[in-house]
Design a protein around this ligand. Structure first.
Ligand code: SAM
Length: 258
């Protein structure tokens, strides 16, 4: 019986994965595990909003089910109302296993990708975090939920305004949103303990490495436009940069003058 359930869950995850890939935007093809952990039913701090169960399921099946273990990431993603960052016409898919369009040719990332990148950052409460590519504001909300001090840069003015407004409305009033080209980081608030880039350049932006604190971590997809890219973790250790390949992804391009 347990074995049958596991096989069914694996099958569902596999089918969801294929559907996500066909959306043609940010995606990865992770291995779905049959070894699903039991539900960690921590009481939600926010009152039920009609999506509480959808969020719990999203975390259990899409995120824990694929091996994400950082308790703070899991808790944050159980808390942040993702549906508030999704256009109304896609509300019914707010917790689905794929990215969604947010207008201007951009996307809100697949939940698993948000979890994977956030876990790789190893966010600690009080960390100063720079996000490049605000988009909907959802990733910034997850970081803020983890008690990071969040600075986020978005190149499309309308999206920057919309995300700023939405973050405030949902209650993440301390997140700083700037309209600008995130290739150059956000110098005034540097250095950052953590930097996350949610659009793909074809090379590592040097200003971001310069704005990373000693001991800091930078997570970024790098690769050609419209093709499979590689998600990299960079760590600055005693002035040296160490790298780790986190796997294949597909992101929208990092645009701008560079
Ligand atoms: N993190 C976002 C979220 O949670 O919704 C998803 C980001 S979406 C995949 C990538 C975003 O990066 C888009 O909103 C795009 O406009 C933005 N972007 C692209 N190039 C940029 C640049 N040079 N500087 C800042 N933002 C950029």
């Amino acid at each position: 019986m347990v074995k049958n359930t596991s096989v069914q869950i694996t099958l569902i995850l596999f089918i969801m994965s294929i559907l996500g890939l066909s959306a043609g935007c940010q995606q990865i093809a992770p291995e779905a595990t049959t070894d699903l952990p039991a539900s960690t039913s921590s009481p939600s701090q926010t009152p039920s909003d009609g999506f509480t169960n959808a969020r719990k399921k999203m975390v259990q099946l899409q995120i824990q089910g694929r091996g994400i273990q950082d308790a703070a990431v899991l808790e944050a993603m159980r808390e942040v109302p993702r549906h508030k960052f999704v256009p109304d016409k896609h509300l019914d898919q707010a917790y689905a296993d794929h990215p969604l369009p947010i207008g201007f040719g951009q996307t809100i990332s697949q939940p698993y990708i948000v979890a994977l990148m956030t876990e790789a950052l190893e966010v600690q409460p009080g960390d100063r975090v720079l996000e490049v590519g605000t988009g909907s504001g959802y990733q910034a909300a997850v970081l803020a939920e983890m008690q990071a001090e969040v600075y986020t840069v978005e190149i499309i003015p309308e999206l920057a305004d919309q995300a700023r407004e939405q973050l405030k409305e949902v209650g993440y009033t301390d997140v700083e949103v700037k309209n600008g080209d995130g290739y150059y980081g956000w110098e005034e608030n540097a250095p950052y303990e953590k930097i996350i880039v949610t659009a793909a350049p074809d090379h590592l932006p040097q200003p971001l490495i310069q704005q990373l604190k000693e001991g800091g971590r930078l997570v970024i997809p790098i690769g050609p436009i419209g093709a499979v890219q590689t998600l990299w973790l960079y760590e600055k250790i005693e002035g040296e940069i160490q790298t780790k390949n986190l796997g294949a992804v597909r992101f929208v391009p990092l645009t701008g003058e560079h």
